[in-house]
Design a binder for this molecule. Structure first.
Ligand code: PMT
Length: 208
């Protein structure tokens, strides 16, 4: 199972809080898994991307809450989950029923926390493998270690916006894989298609 892409958190019928994820990283992993014989469930936030391999079943969602519920509904039957989506940590407390009109004054939108999907899946069954990403802008390695622990991940894929060519929207990425033994493997700049192979290679060392 894969999560990929951004989530959109509605403010009113015409506006949302989102992020810059294109879905390219997650979709590349889904295609790589399918090409190696896996049956893949891809839970995707709003993207322009389509899937090509017939073994990928795509489920489209919009908000973090929808992504959470869909992930919970499917994870039980999965051997592994890779959480590549950029999930909004907060959503507006309410979605206004009509377009909010400008009145010239300051406006405050109250945000409430979204569920942490990866952390919830971290209460996994024995034998299930959970892989998370860490997207960082500072203290990258330290923060990635914290996510590995907090979300009970088997390994974490760190990508940092400190590196040119890594992260959102690009066709390339620069990753490090950090595992539960504390080992850190650094990879050079590669296309997301090649990065997906490195991630699936590492997953195979645990699963097979
Ligand atoms: O989609 P692209 O444009 O190709 O960009 C790829 C990417 C940068 C989005 C991708 O490589 C990536 O880093 N995805 C994770 C982005 C992220 O939200 O990271 P985070 O460090 O905030 O979250 C840590 C982990 O928890 C992630 O696995 C995330 O999916 C998961 N999470 C976070 C919040 C939440 N509420 N639920 C979650 O499951």
């Amino acid at each position: 199972m894969l999560t990929a892409g951004p989530t959109h958190e509605k403010i009113d019928p015409v506006r949302f809080i989102g992020n810059y994820s294109s879905g390219k990283m997650g979709y590349a992993i889904a295609e790589e898994l399918a090409s190696r014989g896996a049956e893949v469930t891809l839970i995707s936030g709003p993207t322009q991307l389509t899937v090509s391999h017939p073994a990928i079943k795509k489920i489209s969602v919009v908000s973090a809450k929808e992504m959470y519920q869909t992930s919970i509904d499917h994870f039980d039957h999965m051997d592994a989950a890779i959480m590549a989506a950029a999930v909004a940590d907060y959503a507006p407390a309410e979605c206004a029923p009509q377009k909010i009109k400008r009145n010239g004054e300051d406006m405050t939108i109250r945000l409430v926390p979204n569920p942490d999907i990866a952390a919830s899946l971290g209460k996994k069954k024995q034998g299930q493998v959970l892989v998370g990403f860490a997207l960082e802008t500072n203290n990258a390695v330290e923060n990635a270690h914290k996510k590995l622990e907090k979300k009970n991940l088997d390994f974490v894929v760190l990508n940092s916006l400190e590196h040119k060519g890594a992260g959102f929207q690009t066709d390339t990425n620069i990753i490090s894989i950090i595992d539960r033994q504390g080992d850190k493997k650094d990879f050079p700049l590669k296309s997301k298609v090649e990065v997906a192979k490195d991630i699936v290679d590492h997953l195979e060392t645990i699963l097979l």
